[in-house]
Design a protein around this ligand. Structure first.
Ligand code: ZN
Ligand code: MN
Length: 506
């Protein structure tokens, strides 16, 4: 029998506000001594009153708009009751029936193996994923279990940190779609500067629920929820494992009859049962009496809409159109908003340079953009990676990088020496023209100088010259290599080749 796979995702995103959700403690748990960013409010002492973090509300509303959700003009907070050591109040302040927003969507493309969305060549392969809801809640504290398993320690620094919870409809049919969507959520949160969204650091957490049904049926069968997913790769692997496991159950006539929670084990690549529905907590949600509901006017919402920047998907598409980037190039450059801005600054610097020269932008545009794109992706980014420098610490200004591109374009700099120049620029952010002058790396395109070098090579390699003249034309590569070597990589290779052939044909 054929089965249809239904997957839904649930995300918790830690917002990077200055203070926590309901108190003025610093929202900083990663680099702080345990239990130092705490106060009676986030520790849940009796008689304390929570106050709402306005910035967190705004961030969650921006995220909602980016996910095409309908913002609710009336929202309220509710208590979700359960007991756990990392929840000192005995309940979590969350939102039940009046969340920040509902009914959104995000379009993805998971057909391409690189998970690329929104590229030109793939516009026809898009898939719509419905967003059920988006709400705010507070984070729990962090339990740390000692290695000898003798004790569990609790760090309350994270307790009360503001979270966005995003729940999708069960619209994914493959693990790849789910992974692509999760990556898009990460990009979106970073783009909007809402969260660092590192999965490994727990800024972005993802649970997946999955059920199968015989193809053609329309009812939903009890789902299995997978927890402990801590990377995009794990998300994909866990779902792949679960599809296989559930298929076998269906084929054996043992399809899941109750909802189950399973944990994913990264080492074995398997999911293991944690609890079934019988053990599920009844959260006894009720309205949080200490926080009055919040209301928003249409005017406030439309003002918010104007604050929404260009979103990653739209940016990728625009880069494909405007800069004739391939989907992959657009994905790399727009994958970091600072890099995307840097690239656009370089292009406008190049345009400014053209306008002061006798060249025509419309004629040079494509070559320059291509040159800038290639050197940015294949050299700058790669070299920064190799040197373990994050792009945000890049010392080369857009102006200097653009100048570097103009030197290449004018053939004042050959590609071999360009790599050296770029390396020096990466180290000290220097102006490329200065580097060229200081290190004597300027490309030689003066005919007489190149001819002199060719003459030297001809006298040094008489045997090879004879072979060439006897008809072995491939040896030209060797001779050209010698010319380049003799010039210390500075000769314009195209010119050198032409002059060499001309000389030998005589
Ligand atoms: Zn506090
Ligand atoms: Mn939650």
């Amino acid at each position: 029998m054929k089965y249809e796979v239904l997957i839904g995702l649930e995300f918790h995103v830690q917002m990077k506000t200055k203070s926590k959700m309901f108190c003025s403690c610093a929202n900083e748990a990663d680099h702080t001594k345990p239990n130092t960013n705490i106060c009676p409010i986030c520790l849940g002492h009796p008689g304390t009153l929570p106050t709402v973090n306005k910035k967190a509300i705004k961030m969650s509303q921006l995220a909602s708009l980016a996910l095409g959700c309908k913002l609710n003009s009336y929202i309220k907070f509710d208590r979700k009751n359960y007991f756990y050591p990392d929840l000192p109040k005995g309940y979590q302040i969350s939102q039940f029936d009046k969340p920040v927003a509902e009914h959104g969507e995000l379009i993805i493309n998971a057909v391409a193996t690189d998970g690329l969305t929104g590229s030109l060549e793939l516009e026809n392969e898009l898939k719509r994923i419905g967003i059920t809801r988006l709400h705010i809640e507070e984070d729990s504290a962090k339990s740390i279990h000692t290695k000898d398993k003798e004790a569990s320690l609790i760090d309350y620094n994270r307790g009360g940190a503001p979270l966005i919870e995003i729940v999708t409809d069960p619209d994914f049919s493959t693990p790849l779609e789910a992974k692509t969507f999760a990556q898009e959520i990460q990009l979106l949160m970073r783009h909007l500067d809402i969260s660092d969204a590192d999965m490994e650091k727990g800024h972005l957490r993802c649970d997946a629920n999955i059920s199968l049904r015989p193809k053609g049926e329309t009812i939903l069968y009890p789902k299995t929820e997978i927890k402990n997913i801590n990377s995009f790769r794990s998300l994909e692997k866990a779902l792949e494992f679960e599809i296989k496991r559930q298929k076998i159950l269906w084929e054996d006539g043992k399809a899941p009859k109750v909802q189950e929670t399973r944990g994913y084990d990264d080492h074995s690549g398997e999911t293991k049962s944690q609890r079934t529905k019988e053990g599920f907590a009844d959260y006894r949600y009720f309205p949080e009496p200490d926080i009055p509901p919040l209301t928003f006017s249409a005017k406030e919402f439309s003002a918010l809409g104007t604050e929404l920047p260009e979103l990653p998907q739209a940016k990728r598409l625009r880069f494909c159109h405007e800069y004739t980037h391939t989907g992959e190039e657009a994905k790399i450059i727009t994958g970091n908003i600072h890099l995307a801005n840097y690239f656009e600054q370089i292009i406008s610097e190049l345009q400014a340079w053209i306008s002061t020269s006798e060249l025509d932008w419309d004629k040079e545009k494509n070559t320059l953009i291509k040159l800038a794109t290639n050197w940015l992706i294949n050299n700058l980014i790669t070299r920064l990676d190799e040197k373990n420098i994050s792009f945000d610490d890049n010392k080369i200004s857009a102006e200097n990088f653009a100048e570097f591109i103009t030197l290449l374009h004018q053939k004042k700099l050959g590609s071999t020496n360009a790599v050296k120049v770029l390396d020096i620029m990466i180290d000290n952010g220097a102006d490329p023209s200065n580097v060229l002058r200081d290190y004597g790396l300027e490309q030689v395109d003066n005919d007489d100088e190149i001819k002199k070098i060719i003459d030297t090579v001809i006298t040094t390699f008489p045997d090879q010259i004879a072979e060439y003249q006897a008809g072995k034309e491939t040896i030209i590569k060797f001779l050209l290599g010698q010319v380049m070597r003799e010039s210390q990589g500075k000769a314009d290779p195209e010119k050198a080749e032409n002059l060499l052939i001309e000389k030998l044909k005589k």
